[in-house]
Design a protein around this ligand. Sequence first.
Ligand SMILES: C[S@@+](CC[C@H](N)C(=O)[O-])C[C@H]1O[C@@H](n2cnc3c(N)ncnc32)[C@H](O)[C@@H]1O
Length: 388
Amino acid sequence: MDKSPILITCPKGIPPYLRKEILSIGFPVLSETVSSVETEGTLDDTLRLNLFLRTGHRVLFLIKEFFAESPDQLYEHAHRIEWERYFHKDNYLCVTSSVDHPTITDSRFANLKCKDAIVDRFYRKFSQRPDSGPKRDGVVVHLYWRGKQCRLFLDTSGEPLSKRGYRKIPLQAPMQETLAAAAMLATGWEGTGNFINPMCGSGTLAIEATMIALDRAPGLLRSNYGFMHLKGFNQPLWEKLKKEARALAKKLIQGKIIATDISPKAIEAAKKNAMTAGVDQFIEFRVCDFSETPVPEGGGVIMLNPPYGERMGEIRQLEGLYKGIGDFFKKKCQGYWGYIFTGNFPLAKKVGLRTRRKLPFFNGEIECRLLEYELYEGSKKNVLLPAD
Ligand SMILES: C[S@@+](CC[C@H](N)C(=O)[O-])C[C@H]1O[C@@H](n2cnc3c(N)ncnc32)[C@H](O)[C@@H]1O
């Protein structure tokens, strides 16, 4: 089977964590951009990447690279590719794209041109065009076009890997699963010690933390991937990889995982999501104000993703909340590493503690920071700062 470049996309800020994951599951890193990491391998290799990666969004297998200066040239090149080697005329096809080209003002036009090139080829060969549309539950082809450079990929993930399949009940402003996993990996969390998650919302951080602690492959939760619709899908290999992943997963967690929220609705949703993810028995849930969250002895990681606020009145109210988080850290969380994930930097200053690190992330388009605080035990005091 031929090797090809494999591009794994992710949100901005995540490549440092994605690169580590790729290396740790035995693949090389060839290059990195602000929102992707490139490795290489065969189509079979994409099965392992889809199953084990926590922070990647889409595993894209390169089919062809060429230069195109106009939509017609794109059509010509795409039409010449032997698509029938990769899928059947009866498959459902979706074309997605990332396009920055002066002749294209609406990327849907590039998708359409590329889709036409593919389905017209099938028509020429088999007198039948594959059905096509926006659903990503069948074959997905991805077009990357910048300047003259065009790259056509098979999207072996189909739906992005951030859709693990466990978040049946999303609430307001949930974190994407991949972002939550990256935030946990950024703390160095491996499952030793406790993980405390006040303001847990729909439970994403607690669920991802539990899956990391258990070494549970995130891809086990999903039953549909783009690669399953391709010719030559290696089903025996997929079954073998899933078996390997199940055998690797731990049965127990050393520390405690505690998730709380002031909203009973949030806790109800978080519990249901954790149940769907198969990790509810490892998480203690409680409805309470963040300041009442139990913090057991033994240290570990404590992370909050507080509301950022949009309107001025809201932001003024939140100043007290952020200051309260600083007090909670100082008084109740000694011996822990404290983290706040927020998109509001002026509010973050109200915490009033010295940050050890400020790690950049993006939640959709919102620039965020994961703020790290070392919450010393005993005589060493946290330094209260007027401005950090
Ligand atoms: C941005 S959301 C957290 C989203 C979460 N990371 C997820 O993925 O779903 C903020 C959460 O803080 C909770 N919250 C706000 N004020 C609180 C307080 N004083 N004590 C506890 N929870 C609070 C809200 O109910 C909401 O669920």
